[in-house]
Write a protein that binds this ligand. Structure first.
Ligand SMILES: Nc1ncnc2c1ncn2[C@@H]1O[C@H](COP(=O)(O)OP(=O)(O)OP(=O)(O)O)[C@@H](O)[C@H]1O
Ligand SMILES: [Mg+2]
Length: 308
């Protein structure tokens, strides 16, 4: 069973004058498998938070369906599978982290002993011990984010839904959240998170979806989306006679010369290998062999253009 599944999910907010606004989410269909890390990408206003709020049961969709482990998000049941980190986590500013987690533990119906065990586990995991008795109002952004993550983990949910978990964090803070996400994957959890920090997504996601103005324009494994299999290859060769260079250049998509040697961009790995074989057989040498991958950023930019 899919951990998260949506079918033709849509949301149209109403303005204060009840005028129909353009849809914020339009026909979203996606499936996230159990134990997968899924990155949900989109520019500001693309509809990421709207989707996440629907999945978490905070906003009601205007059409379509969404399920968490088979339970419709319209029903309360779906929520017991989920740990949710909001875009801007809200806390009771006068509570300490320990009191905060205790509060959420109670909401989850945990007894005293379970709440203590939960604190021991989560304060360790999120490094909250040193700030255990500080009030939340004194917290920096990074400390808040850690506490928010701990709150999402209370009750050991199977699915984590995180709205921009790395936003506003410094590089070390971002890395620690990335590591935490991978650790949660090792614990067999499913993680669905939104982001526009493409590097973070590229590093840890099994699959991504790109949302453009409320529509999913691209979805899949990163290596498939970026088409690594048949992307062009640049080879640099040296030590060849002019006629051999001319022969190789006739097979290349583009060529240039630098101090390193003759650069040939060839259509795919196979063509590049053939060129290298010819070059070596004619007494030349290979300096470099590089597959030119499209970056996730290039793909992200292209995905925006596809949209009407
Ligand atoms: N409560 C609301 N009432 C009316 N319109 C809303 C409401 N919430 C969101 N929207 C609109 O829905 C669209 C999608 O917003 P959403 O917050 O889902 O985007 P997002 O992808 O999370 O953006 P960001 O990266 O800035 O967080 C935007 O055009 C926004 O103005
Ligand atoms: Mg958002």
């Amino acid at each position: 069973m899919d951990a998260i599944a949506t079918q033709d999910l849509g949301k149209t907010y109403r303005s204060s004058l009840l005028r129909a606004l353009p849809p914020s989410l339009d026909g979203l269909s996606l499936a996230v498998q159990e134990n997968e890390v899924f990155g949900f990408l989109g520019r500001n206003g693309a509809g990421k938070t709207t989707t996440i709020k629907i999945l978490s049961g905070l906003v009601r969709q205007t059409h379509g369906e969404a399920y968490i482990f088979g339970d419709s998000v319209r029903k309360r049941q779906a929520r017991r599978h989920i740990g949710y980190l909001p875009e801007n986590p809200y806390f009771y500013e006068y509570l300490t982290p320990r009191e905060t987690l205790d509060f959420y533990g109670r909401l989850h119906g945990l007894g005293t002993r379970e709440r203590t065990a939960e604190w021991d586990k989560l304060s360790d995991l999120l490094d909250l011990r040193d700030i255990a008795s500080q009030r939340v109002r004194e917290f920096s952004k990074g400390m808040r984010q850690r506490l928010g993550f701990a709150v999402a983990l209370v009750g050991d949910p199977k699915v984590l839904i995180l709205d921009e978990p790395m936003s506003g964090l410094d590089p070390l803070g971002r890395r620690s959240i990335r590591e935490l996400i991978l650790r949660m994957r090792d614990e067999k959890k499913t993680i669905f998170f939104s982001s526009h920090v493409l590097g973070d997504v590229e590093q840890i996601c099994d699959r991504v979806g790109i949302l453009v103005k409320g529509k999913l324009t691209s979805q899949g494994r990163i290596d498939e989306l970026l088409g690594k299999q048949d992307s062009p290859v640049e080879v640099i060769v040296t030590g060849l006679a002019a006629d051999v260079v001319a022969e190789l250049e006739s097979k290349a998509l583009s060529t240039r010369v630098s101090e390193a040697g003759h650069h040939l961009t060839l259509q795919d790995v196979q063509t590049a290998n053939e060129a290298v074989r010819v070059a070596l057989a004619k007494g030349g040498s290979l300096v470099e062999f590089t597959q030119l991958k499209e970056s996730l950023e290039d793909h992200f930019v292209k995905a925006q253009e596809v949209s009407p």
